[in-house]
Design a protein. Structure first.
Length: 278
C-alpha cells in the first residue's frame, strides 16, 4: 500500500504531466487533450512504480513494453517520457509545431521510449500481443502493457486479439482500458454499447479487475498484482474522467479533440499555475 506522502508526491508529479500536456496542445493549437488528461494518473503510476526500463538505453532487451493503442492520447505519453528522462523536456515545445518533429499527433517509434506506431484503433493492442508471445518464445521475463480506449473495444480486432492472448496463456500481458464512456462523437453507450464489459473479458479467458482510474491506491494495487490469474492475461478496467484536471473539459464530448484558446488558457493559468506559453 502506498503511504500518504507517496500518494501526495505522485499526484504532484502527475499534475506536472497534465500541465505539460495542456501547454503542448495550446501552443500547437491541436491535440486530443481530453483523452490524454484522463489517462495521466494510470500512466504516471505505471512508469513510476511498475515498468522496468532504462531511459539511457531505451532498447534494453529486458525492458517492459508499453503500447499506447489509443495513440491519440500521446500528449500524456510524451510528457511522461520526457519527465522520466527519455529525452530533453525542451523537445516537448516542438509538438505538432515543427516540420520533422518527433512529437506528432500520434506516437511513432523514432521517439525514444515509443514501442510502436499507433493511432489506427484496434491495432496497438494486437502488436502488444505479438510482443508478449515473443517474450514467451524467447523465455524472457518482461511484461507487455497495452492501453486501450473503451470506444476502441468496439473494434472486432480487439476481440480476435483477446481470444488469441487467452489461448496462448499470455499471463505476461496486461491490457488497461480507459473507461471514460466517451469517444470522438458521443457517449460510448450511445454509439455502440460495450457492456457488460468485465463479463465479456472474463468470458474470453482473461483475469479482470475494475478500478477507479484516479485512485492511486487502487491503480497501484491492481498493477502490482498482475497476473490476476496464473496462466491468463490480465485486463484492468480503469474508470476515468475524460479531461481530468481541466475543469472546462471534464466529461465533455467536445473536448475529445479540442484545446484551450488564449482567453481560456489565461483563466486556467490562474487556477492551475500553468506558466507562460512559449
Amino acid at each position: 500500500m502506498l503511504a500518504a506522502e507517496e500518494v501526495k508526491q505522485l499526484r504532484k508529479e502527475a499534475a506536472e504531466v497534465r500541465k505539460e500536456a495542456i501547454k503542448m496542445a495550446t501552443c500547437a493549437g491541436t491535440g486530443h487533450l481530453g483523452p490524454a488528461l484522463g489517462i495521466t494518473d494510470v500512466m504516471w503510476i505505471l512508469y513510476s512504480r511498475h515498468l522496468q526500463f532504462d531511459p539511457e538505453n531505451p532498447s534494453w532487451p529486458e525492458r517492459d513494453r508499453l503500447i499506447l493503442s489509443k495513440g491519440h492520447s500521446c500528449l500524456a505519453l510524451y510528457a511522461t517520457l520526457a519527465k522520466k528522462g527519455f529525452f530533453d523536456e525542451q523537445l516537448l515545445s516542438t509538438y505538432c509545431r515543427k516540420l520533422g518533429t518527433k512529437l506528432g499527433g500520434h506516437p511513432e517509434r523514432n521517439l525514444p521510449g515509443v514501442e510502436a506506431n499507433t493511432g489506427s484503433l484496434g491495432h496497438g493492442f494486437n502488436i502488444g500481443i505479438g510482443m508478449a508471445l515473443a517474450a514467451k518464445a524467447d523465455h524472457k521475463n518482461y511484461k507487455v502493457v497495452t492501453i486501450l480506449g473503451d470506444g476502441e473495444t468496439q473494434e472486432g480486432s480487439i476481440w480476435e486479439g483477446a481470444m488469441s492472448a487467452a489461448h496462448f496463456k499470455l499471463d505476461n500481458l496486461v491490457a488497461i482500458i480507459d473507461r471514460n464512456n466517451l469517444q470522438v462523437s458521443n457517449f460510448v453507450d450511445q454509439v455502440m454499447n460495450i457492456d457488460p464489459l468485465a463479463d465479456k473479458w472474463t468470458s474470453f479467458g482473461w483475469g479482470v479487475r475494475e478500478i477507479d482510474g484516479h485512485d492511486y491506491q487502487q491503480i497501484d494495487e491492481a498493477l502490482g498484482t498482475v497476473p490476476f490469474i496464473p496462466g491468463k492475461p490480465s485486463v484492468v478496467i480503469a474508470k476515468t474522467i475524460k479531461g481530468k484536471g481541466l475543469p472546462i473539459a471534464e466529461n465533455k464530448v467536445e473536448w475529445h479533440h479540442k484545446v484551450p484558446n488564449a482567453e481560456e488558457y489565461r483563466e486556467l493559468d490562474k487556477l492551475l499555475g500553468l506558466g507562460c506559453l512559449e
